[in-house]
Ligand binder design. Structure first.
Ligand code: SAH
Length: 568
């Protein structure tokens, strides 16, 4: 089920919004305009940006305002009707419910639910929906069209007066107003069989096939393809790949699921046949269970006849929030945060990540317990959870991605290695800071952390000196902390041994956050007291230049593209 958000512009809409909210999934929040609405679940500043952000994040939107406002706000984004999440406009008093977008993603069904909650008939305009109460172009979860392009013409024929015969089991068609007859001139066939539709027929594949596999053979994906072909089953009907828990980290198992484009579950059972039998008990089988070497195939009578077994493959995403502002955050990260069941991270970063829904579990902690956090994340993901481990900036720059990799490398637990692990990048503090003043890192540069928590001070100072000798521009992270206020001073001394006192230095504090402050100074003038742990320090190379900035009387800083070639 797609996530939804209710957006209101004025206090007068809150009551209607609450009536809608109770009819939708738990976790559907009411977003109220700051300064205009009190008592909403979340506040927002800009209507247009909020709407576009939710739309990009694939969240269904129910906006309590004139449809024109919604249309204008979303118009620049509308490109692909197949991928559009539902968008509904609802009159403030609940007197009108207008589905605007997302016809192929269930907007009419959502409109119906909202309409029912408000006692209002939704203004449904899609012809097929009005006449037949369904959209063949958008089958419900558990069914896919064998040829998605064919649905439209088929629907036109039905609208033109043709009748259809339904072969197979599909309550959503049987219960609709599609003109079904025993001797229809068209056929809607619902089958897991891999047969072409033939003239006048439309085929839907139900997700009724369970593929259970035993690892041990690199050619497993091919074996599964052959087994399906021998059984005459369509790949699109495969609902699930089952593997034994101890095989959770086997590459061939993962490749099999990837090739079929379906999810995986891990089960404690002795054989493929036993696993398939657990998922599709005999009473729910459409045909006898079949085994092909390490592959067992079970076909259920309907998608919902498949039993939940084992634990699903969990996901662990290490996400980078960027320096602060949500506008500097990658859409994939926002999407991951939205879909996660668990948020794990340093409490400050969790606050920066936004407002979790009530159904999301938040595990905040101190900044120093990175390995514990990484192990906790794997333990949860190995149980099937969808975990977002949250870092500021980029997760691979002095942040959680490394701890997560270390934890996995140290573990020989198949369940941990079987987790769907992804690292989603963010804009690092150095990049955010550099962009504020021009292009100080525009040529070769390096990134050094001055924290001596996990590396000796000698090594740090040695690296700083070598970087200075190599004439690299640099970004110094973790420049000071309460425990080591003197460290930056030592590093600056080393730098001054090598670099000229006029070398440009940028101090960027709270980049991308409300308290953002940037100072451009020089190596000779900078004092450690100007810097704290929320600052990143950029030090220029010998080629780095500065000049005045007209807009605010400030300074531009850049490292030219040429180096020692005499240009410029
Ligand atoms: N993963 C982070 C870095 C974490 S180390 C990233 O890629 O940005 C923490 C250090 O990063 C801080 O001590 C500070 O030097 C720097 N830093 C992180 N966010 C910052 C911000 N918004 N503004 C300035 N410096 C920041």
């Amino acid at each position: 089920m797609i996530a939804a958000a209710i957006i209101i512009l004025g206090q007068g809409s809150l009551e209607t919004a609450r009536r809608i909210q109770v009819a939708l999934e738990p976790g559907t929040l009411i977003h109220g305009l700051a300064g205009r609405v009190e008592g909403a679940d979340v506040t927002y500043e800009s209507f247009g940006e909020t709407l576009r952000g939710l739309h990009r994040d694939d969240v269904a939107v129910i906006a309590l305002c004139a449809s024109g406002i919604v249309i204008r706000a979303l118009a620049p984004l509308l490109q692909n009707k197949r991928n559009e999440p539902p968008v509904l406009a609802v009159a403030e008093d609940g007197g009108a419910v207008v589905p605007l977008l997302g016809g192929l993603r269930g907007v009419n069904g959502l409109a119906q639910r909202v309409g029912d909650a408000l006692g209002t008939a939704p203004a449904i305009t899609t012809t097929g929906e009005v006449r037949f109460g369904l959209t063949l172009e958008a089958p419900p979860a558990g069914y896919v069209a064998r040829d998605p392009g064919a649905s439209k013409a088929f629907m036109s024929d039905l609208l033109g007066g043709a009748t259809a015969r339904l072969e197979g089991h599909a309550p959503w068609i049987a219960g609709s107003r599609v003109p079904l007859t025993e001797d229809g001139d068209r056929v809607i066939r619902v089958t897991p069989e891999d047969r072409d539709a033939g003239p006048g027929a439309l085929v839907f594949h139900p997700a009724t096939v369970v593929v259970a596999v035993e690892a041990g053979d690199r050619a497993l994906p091919d074996r599964v393809t052959r087994a399906l072909a021998e059984a005459g089953l369509a790949r699109q009907s495969v609902a699930l790949v089952l593997a034994r828990a101890r095989d959770a980290a086997r590459t061939e198992v993962h490749q099999t699921a990837a090739a079929l484009g379906c999810s995986m579950c891990f089960v404690d059972a002795p054989s493929a046949e036993a696993m398939a039998g657990l998922a599709v008990p005999e009473s729910a089988r459409a045909r006898p269970l079949a085994t092909h070497g390490p592959v067992a195939l079970a076909v259920a009578t309907a998608p919902d006849a498949i039993q939940p077994v084992g634990r699903p493959r969990g996901r662990l995403a290490v996400v980078g929030l960027g320096p602060g502002s949500p506008s500097l955050r990658a859409p994939v990260v926002r999407e991951e945060l939205r879909r996660a069941t668990h948020w794990i991270g340093y409490e400050t970063y969790i606050r920066m990540a936004g407002t979790p829904r009530p159904d999301q579990v938040v595990l905040g902690s101190d900044n120093r317990v990175e390995m514990d956090r990484a192990r906790q994340a794997f333990a949860l993901a190995a149980e099937g959870a969808r975990v977002a481990v949250i870092s500021s900036g980029d997760p691979g720059v002095f942040a959680m991605a490394t701890a997560v990799m270390e934890a996995l490398h140290q573990s020989d637990e198949p369940a941990w290695h079987g987790v769907d692990l992804v690292i989603l990048p963010g804009i690092s503090a150095a990049q955010g800071a550099a962009a504020l003043v021009g292009a100080p890192l525009g040529h070769d540069f390096c990134v050094i952390s001055l924290s001596d928590n996990l590396k000796p001070l000698d090594v740090i100072l040695d690296r700083v000196e070598h970087a200075a000798r190599a004439d690299l521009a640099m970004a110094l992270y973790n420049p000071v902390s309460k425990a080591r206020p003197w460290q930056l001073g030592r590093a600056l001394e080393r730098l001054l041994d090598v670099r000229a006192p006029e070398t440009p230095v940028v101090l960027a504090r709270d980049v991308g956050r409300p308290a953002q402050a940037v100072t451009v100074t020089t190596l000779g003038a900078v004092r450690p007291g100007q810097v704290d742990m929320r600052t990143v320090v950029l030090v220029g190379s010998s080629a780095t230049r500065t000049f005045g900035r007209a807009a605010d009387g400030g300074t531009w800083v850049y490292s030219p593209r040429w180096y020692g070639t005499g240009e410029g």
